[in-house]
Design a protein around this ligand. Structure first.
Ligand SMILES: [Zn+2]
Length: 399
């Protein structure tokens, strides 16, 4: 048994603890958190850390396969320009460089405290890495295609890619998902929803106001891109409704679904989604939103509505690092009223609940094996991160 104490222990399922000892078995299994004054553990057996101990982080939105794009795309140019720039570079990156960047980034993710990642894949670039990695991955095989004539071809290709990932993944940890509300034809949406009834669904949602324009009026940059990428396709007229109202009907109310970004999401969008879906989760990727759109979601609104919030990093194409701690720091800088313990819950247990790993990850609960993260250089009296705060995994998540 290992015994750890720290300036503060955040167990996630309870209040932060200031004078406590965390007991962990050699296999990473949590034995318990004890009051330091009431335990008979000899002081010399307790390893003390300056800083905060919390469970391993769960990142619910990443594109590990885009790690090659680190630093390539200028910040602040908006989503439309970002998509076009990424397309331009995509075709000219060597296979070896892509694979190497995946391994380097995944190593940095683990070092910064991540134990599980829900990762978008459009290609098989990450198959061999995920097959070897000790980190837990849920892979979302992502499909898009506005032209219904190609829906069957696109979906069959996704089924083959899914099989490649399933061969190296735990059962239930690969699903086929739509890219965004606006980039998938009716026929393709139906196929995804049909196949994904008992699986996790993730979808990019309201990353910019262009998405509202597309559905409400059938116009704007997304409509222009759709026409440009699909020569001859019939002109889109819009639905006259908000994005989620336009696409929710493909899915059952029971579908566990993650909306990613939500940068321009308003009350009516949340109210609709929460009344339609019984298991809606909202993923916030603050650093990517600032990088691409120089905007942040209305996080106060999501909190006031009691939404299940998770954290994501997006990819190195739109982020300077893949670190949940950096996402937490950015939220704290813009919304200082949100307690650190709550932000850590978003980046641990809420994510674990979305990916169905809450029996093992996300909190210091007896018999879980969530991994242990040390966050150093925290201002302990206020329990706030500082500009010097950093995180590292000191105990990996157990098998
Ligand atoms: Zn994304």
């Amino acid at each position: 048994m290992h015994y750890f104490s720290a300036s503060c222990i955040i167990p996630v399922t309870g209040e932060p603890l200031y004078n406590s000892v965390l007991a962990v078995a050699a296999n990473g299994s949590i034995e318990g958190v004890y009051d330091a004054d009431e335990t008979d553990i000899p002081g010399n057996e307790i390893q003390h850390f300056e800083g905060v101990l919390c469970p391993g982080f769960v990142n619910t939105h990443c594109h590990l396969e885009l790690s090659w794009a680190k630093g390539l795309i200028p910040a602040g140019a908006g989503l439309d320009s970002f998509v076009r720039e990424l397309e331009k570079y995509k075709k000219s990156v060597a296979w070896g460089k892509r694979l190497n960047s995946v391994a380097v980034t995944a190593f940095e993710m683990a070092q910064s405290g991540s134990v599980a990642t829900a990762d978008i894949s459009n290609s098989n670039d990450t198959v061999s890495f995920k097959g070897k990695s000790k980190q837990y991955f849920h892979t979302f095989v992502e499909v898009f295609g506005s032209n219904p004539a190609y829906a069957d071809i696109v979906f069959d290709k996704a089924l083959r890619l899914k099989a490649e990932f399933m061969a190296v993944s735990q059962p239930g940890s690969v699903s086929i998902v739509p890219h965004a509300t606006y980039s998938v034809s009716d026929r393709l949406f139906s196929k995804i929803a049909q196949a994904g009834k008992n699986e996790l669904i993730s979808i990019h949602h309201q990353e910019s106001a262009d998405e509202n324009d597309f559905f409400l009026n059938g116009s704007g940059p997304i409509a222009d891109r759709r026409a440009g990428f699909n020569p001859g396709i019939e002109v889109y007229k819009g639905t006259g409704k908000r994005p989620l109202e336009s696409i929710a009907g493909y899915f059952d109310a029971e579908q566990r679904i993650l909306f990613v970004h939500n940068t321009v999401t308003e009350t009516q969008d949340i109210d609709f989604a929460e009344s339609y879906f019984k298991q809606a989760f909202w993923c916030i990727c603050p650093n990517a939103n600032l990088y691409i759109e120089n905007a942040l979601p209305d996080i106060r609104l999501f909190r006031s509505k009691g939404c299940r919030i998770t954290l994501g990093t997006d990819s190195l194409a739109s982020n300077r690092q893949i670190s949940i701690l950096e996402e937490i720091r950015t939220i704290q800088d813009h919304f200082p009223e949100i307690p650190l313990a709550e932000l850590i819950r978003w980046g641990t247990l809420n994510g674990a609940e979305f990916i169905g790993m809450e029996h093992k990850l996300g909190s210091f609960t007896k018999d879980k094996k969530p991994g242990i993260v040390l966050i150093e250089n925290v201002d302990i009296p206020t329990l706030k991160l500082t500009s010097k705060s950093n995180s590292r995994l000191i105990i990996p998540a157990g098998e």
